[in-house]
Design a protein around this ligand. Structure first.
Ligand SMILES: Nc1nc2c(ncn2[C@@H]2O[C@H](COP(=O)(O)OP(=O)(O)OP(=O)(O)O)[C@@H](O)[C@H]2O)c(=O)[nH]1
Ligand SMILES: [Mg+2]
Length: 314
């Protein structure tokens, strides 16, 4: 994915670095990535465990190219897919110069006297990695100031954070100040990506994510966690439009009815919303064909993990 060019500073004056966005599920990591980059790269839903693999978002501020890595939420994972997601998050942290630990301040404010168990676990993990860590209390648009001050005190006591910042990824409050702070601490170095590149997520994966976002939004209970989306084919047409065929894989034949809906209404509605989002992303007309297939073992297939950049461990 690319955008209009920036003027590239002369060699020797540039900065570059990797910054991981980590935190418990639903903390707002993907919302923050999209806001910083200024375009939608990662999908966002009100449900936990939306992000399943690492997604880079490349931002340029002055002479600095900053590669932000959105990661899956870190939680106590049980299933193979969940374990691979959490492992991907920690590898994002391990590879980064700085990790921004995002905390949902609204959730944390429910018991402000101590860190919530998910965050406390991540803080312990951060003590074992060599990069620096910064805490971002997110969703401050929902939290009264006196509670925020309490949260700052509790998190500061952990001793792992160089700085504690308060932001709203949703309305942008504090976000550019945070980016300024992160950029000011980056090391000099050459830019690693072309100046117009916004992400290194392949387009077919991003397109599958767009449909998965709609499936997450429009389906409920266990279904979002039982499905995945794969892009099967992508054909550019002479008239400038594109035909995209995708399959929504579910685990059981009995789930098909719920994904398709009465008279096909649900799948039509998922397809319509996804097509609109894809047209916005790609900037041209899209013909989207969605198929639904039951494949009980998709979560145990190494190829699926490879496609979305997860490590498959037996
Ligand atoms: N009010 C408010 N809501 C926010 C803010 N940031 C994110 N949200 C909401 O929080 C929910 C989760 O946001 P995501 O960006 O998907 O969170 P995430 O950390 O990427 O979640 P996972 O990928 O599941 O780990 C969405 O409904 C967002 O709109 C914020 O600053 N304020
Ligand atoms: Mg996410």
């Amino acid at each position: 994915m690319t955008e209009d060019s920036h003027s590239i500073p002369p060699p020797g004056e540039t900065k570059c670095g990797f910054i991981a966005l980590a935190g418990a599920p639903n903390a707002g990591k993907s919302t923050l990535l999209n806001r910083i980059v200024g375009t939608k790269i990662a999908i966002v839903t009100p449900k936990v465990q939306t992000t399943r693999s690492r997604m880079s978002g490349i931002a340029i501020r002055g002479a600095a190219q900053v590669i932000f890595i959105d990661t899956p939420g870190i939680f106590t994972a049980k299933r193979r897919l969940e374990r691979a997601m959490v492992a991907a998050a920690w590898s994002g942290v391990a590879d980064a110069d700085v990790t921004v630990l995002l905390v949902d301040a609204d959730r944390a404010a429910k018991s402000p006297a101590r860190m919530d168990p998910d965050t406390a676990g991540i803080v312990e993990g951060l003590k074992r990695v060599k990069g620096h860590a910064v805490l971002a209390l997110n969703k401050i648009d929902l939290v009264p100031r006196n509670l925020l001050l309490e949260l700052i005190k509790v998190h500061d006591a952990s001793g792992v954070f160089d700085r504690i910042l308060m932001i709203s990824a949703l309305n942008g409050a504090g976000v550019e100040d945070m980016v300024d702070f992160l950029v000011s601490n980056l090391s000099p170095g050459p830019w690693l990506y072309p100046d117009d590149q916004l992400s290194d997520v392949p387009m077919r994966v991003m397109a599958a994510e767009v449909t998965r976002e709609q499936a997450f939004l429009q389906l409920h209970q266990e279904l979002p966690y039982s499905l995945t989306v794969e892009t099967d084919s992508w054909q550019d047409r002479a008239d400038g439009s594109v035909r995209i065929d995708q399959t929504i894989l579910i685990r059981r034949e009995s789930q098909k009815g719920m994904v398709v809906g009465k008279g096909g209404t649900r799948i039509k509605s998922i397809g319509a919303a996804s097509r609109l989002a894809l047209e916005e992303l790609l900037g041209h007309k899209v013909h989207l064909f969605l198929h639904v297939k039951a494949r009980s073992d998709w979560m145990d297939k190494p190829e699926h993990y490879r496609e979305i950049g997860l490590d498959f461990k037996s």
